[in-house]
Design a protein around this ligand. Structure first.
Ligand SMILES: Cc1cc2nc3c(=O)[nH]c(=O)nc-3n(C[C@H](O)[C@H](O)[C@H](O)COP(=O)(O)OP(=O)(O)OC[C@H]3O[C@@H](n4cnc5c(N)ncnc54)[C@H](O)[C@@H]3O)c2cc1C
Length: 309
């Protein structure tokens, strides 16, 4: 029987695990993905790399600001210079370095998909394909719309999180030789809302210009069910147009579908917990569409568990 199992090695799950580990506990983190970090991700292809999820991290509260500053000192983060009131930090050499730094020393098991969790007399049973894992406490940090599939649509907590909404975001990664009219651009009225030259971030491999473009909510919803090739084909002409280049300049292009990317309606509380306090739900969707929100939610869950022990 494991004391605490955390489902999700995104920033919320890692923040929860880190805090518990700091108090001598040994939580087990399970995640269905290949690499840790969830939506804080870096895609590597040959010598190229793209931050295809979160672009950078900022801090609104002082404890998170201190943590980011410490990670900068440790070499896991660097400031990405530019406009804005708050420093924008990026992982070194990619955004996934942030998750890796959070995950140091933790028991994290990637490639493990939890199919469902059910209450038992002394805790929870987690269905993992052919096997079952038992835990006294479970922390679920998956995107809110995926909770019902794990605990059952008729669970009270599913009703509690019903107001939460997450929007999709399609992302294009492209290597394009040629002019660099800008290094990053935010335009809420453009179907490509965000375009950034990924290797304008510090400590990135030099070479061909590597671009990341994120589609608007409307564009993403319209093309959501296309396959990756179809999404890339829909987004690439827009990127070429914005960069002022022809398609011959493109040496690589791929797309990624984030079905649950950005919180558009948050829960407005740090986490949810079952009546007996053995099941916690959290993630960015509790607070807002930011890495910091995920960290706050995961940390608050850990503190609640510690207070109950
Ligand atoms: C394209 C994009 C751009 C963004 N840009 C920024 C930005 O610039 N700055 C910023 O602060 N934020 C940004 N964000 C938001 C930020 O990435 C998120 O707020 C944050 O990473 C969410 O962390 P989380 O831990 O709550 O969830 P997630 O990162 O989604 O983690 C949940 C984890 O649960 C796992 N999981 C799900 N179901 C199961 C299951 N059944 N079994 C096992 N594991 C499971 C998933 O694999 C995932 O790793 C962006 C997000 C996207 C998608």
């Amino acid at each position: 029987m494991i004391g605490v199992v955390i489902i999700g090695s995104g920033i919320a799950g890692l923040a929860c695990a880190r805090t518990l580990a700091a108090f001598g506990f040994a939580p087990v983190v399970l995640d269905k993905g290949r690499g840790i970090g969830g939506r804080v991700a870096t895609r590597r292809v040959d010598a190229m790399q793209f931050d295809h999820g979160a672009q950078y991290v900022t801090a609104q509260n002082s404890s998170f600001a201190t943590l980011l500053s410490e990670l900068e000192t440790d070499g896991a983060l660097a400031k990405w210079p530019g406009e804005g009131d708050r420093p924008r930090y990026v992982g070194r050499p990619g955004m996934s370095a942030l998750a890796k730094a959070f995950g140091v020393g933790l028991d994290i098991r990637q490639g493990v998909q939890v199919k469902g969790i059910t209450k038992t007399d002394d805790g929870w049973a987690l269905q993992l394909g052919d096997s079952v894992l038992k835990a006294r406490r479970v922390v679920l940090t998956v995107p809110a719309p995926q909770v019902a599939g794990l605990i059952g649509a008729d669970h009270q907590l599913v009703a509690d999180l019903a107001p939460v909404r997450l929007a999709s975001c399609l992302t294009l990664m492209a290597a394009v030789t040629g002019p660099v009219p800008f290094t990053r651009r935010l335009d809420q009225d453009d179907p490509l809302t965000w375009i950034a030259l990924d290797n304008s971030k510090p400590n990135r491999p030099q070479g061909p210009e590597l671009w990341v473009a994120q589609a608007s909510h409307d564009f993403s919803e319209r093309h959501l069910e296309q396959d990756a090739l179809g999404i890339a084909n829909a987004m690439l002409p827009l990127l070429c147009d914005r960069l002022g280049v022809t398609a011959e300049r493109v040496t690589y292009a791929a797309a990624h579908r984030w079905r649950y990317a950005r919180v558009t309606q948050a829960l407005d509380q740090l986490f949810l917990t079952s009546a007996d306090g053995t099941l916690h739900l959290g993630g960015d969707w509790c607070i807002g569409p930011r890495v910091e929100a995920a960290w706050q939610s995961g940390t608050a869950i850990a503190n609640d568990i510690l207070a109950r022990l």
